[in-house]
Design a protein around this ligand. Structure first.
Ligand SMILES: *Cc1c(COP(=O)(O)O)cnc(C)c1O
Length: 393
């Protein structure tokens, strides 16, 4: 840590071209790497002109299925639509309860509520940030006390690592619930040798630009091994079409992915394995340097993460001071998430698992995510590590 430049008092003014500015997520470095291929891919779409459901859509779906090992990959307009279409295909609606973690992105409970069903919030584990399977009986209890019919568990693979499916799936089976995996942050991760996309009834992922595999706009995909469900979701994606475009057999949505985004994703998927390795290298460097300084994220044996976020736990009210001190050194750090969903205005009326959600209630005060992307070089990462060490040391 000897070769460090002194920390600037404030971030450099915008007029100074700053190589020194650290990116929280660097999408530009990736673009530079594949720009000629992206330009050619975009030009091909402009040439053939099939902007909706063009040939790149089928090609991408084939490659996504092969990548995950799922039987069906269905591209769609966003991760939110992916979750929504799974629940629509299962006929989830008023009177139904869907259990989900209280500590997640807002899209998770949103698609439950959009269908008139009720999210029931359960607690997460402090070590992995994922659903606590031991909290599920309390969630069932709360759902029944609220007069709701438990239908499903929406598990979230938060910050890039899979939830505990070996414990989750038998619990769901025992209670007649289906499992939806919200893998918006974990596409490319593995659980005991299997890729995200192959757990539960169906999996949703997101290609929002900042996700591990992102496009240049909104996008998403659904994965399932269930042929009937896949057919229903493909129909829902196209306004509920039947045998042709003007034969409408169910209420659907406009849930399509743009051909342009599929073309972009094909080029990004080609380097994704390589980027996952780079992400894991960055995470290992953080963990090696910081595990004696502060609580670092844990990945249980047999699992891999794609590190959508690298998230520290900074207890004792020191998180905000750390974040501020890092900002003063030009180091961006972010709070995912500043509030539990059970405390958000829109969801305050929803049942919370019997026993409460003490971990989900505390994490918003303690978590801090550090810069994380595949192109974070060792020198730049060294500045982040030194900054955290200086402030907490
Ligand atoms: C990003 C995200 C979503 C929604 O994906 P969009 O493509 O932005 O609609 C859903 N769940 C989680 C956990 C996410 O992080």
């Amino acid at each position: 840590m000897a070769a460090l430049k002194p920390a600037p008092k404030a971030p450099a003014p915008a007029s100074v071209p700053s190589e020194a500015a650290i990116q929280f997520i660097d999408l530009k470095a990736q673009q530079e790497r594949i720009r000629p291929a992206l330009d050619r891919a975009i030009a091909r779409v402009l040439d053939h002109g099939q902007y909706i459901m063009g040939p790149e859509i089928g090609e991408l779906e084939k490659r996504l299925a092969a990548f995950t090992g799922a039987r069906h990959a269905i591209s769609c307009a966003s991760g939110t639509d992916a979750l929504l279409m799974i629940l629509m295909a299962k006929g989830v609606g008023p009177g139904d309860a869907v259990i989900c973690p209280a500590f997640t992105y807002t899209a998770t409970p949103e698609c439950i509520a959009l269908l008139g069903a009720t999210p029931v919030f359960a607690d997460v584990l402090a070590d992995t940030f994922n659903l606590d399977v031991d909290a599920l009986p309390g969630a069932l209890d709360a759902a029944r006390k609220a007069g709701l019919r438990p239908r499903a568990i929406m598990a979230v693979d938060l910050f890039g690592q899979p939830a505990d499916y070996d414990r989750l799936l038998p619990f769901a089976h025992e209670h007649g619930l289906f499992v939806v995996a919200d893998a918006a942050q974990s596409f490319g991760s593995t659980y005991k040798g299997r890729r995200a996309g192959t757990f539960g009834l169906a999996t949703a992922t997101s290609f929002f630009p900042a996700k591990p595999l992102g496009c240049y706009g909104d996008g998403g995909a659904i994965f399932t091994d269930d042929d009937t469900l896949a057919d229903v979701m493909k129909s829902i994606r196209l306004h509920g079409k039947g045998s042709d475009k003007y034969d409408i057999v169910r209420v659907g949505i406009n849930g399509r992915l743009d051909t342009l985004q599929a073309a972009i994703l094909l080029e990004k998927l080609a380097i994704f394995e390589d980027e996952i390795v780079a992400r894991q290298r960055v995470a290992q460097r953080y963990t090696a340097a910081l595990h004696n300084v502060i609580k670092v994220p844990e990945v249980p044996a047999g699992l891999t993460s794609v590190w959508a976020q690298y998230t520290l736990t900074v207890p004792g009210g020191k998180r905000d001071a750390l974040m501020k001190a890092l900002a003063g050194r030009g180091i961006p750090a972010m709070v995912y998430y500043p509030r539990g969903l059970h405390e958000q205005t829109a969801y305050r009326g929803c049942p919370v698992a019997t026993g409460g959600v003490p971990v989900a209630a505390r994490l918003p005060q303690d978590v801090l995510s550090l810069p994380m992307h595949p192109y974070l070089d060792e020198v730049t990462q060294g500045r982040v590590i030194a900054g955290v060490g200086e402030v907490l040391g």
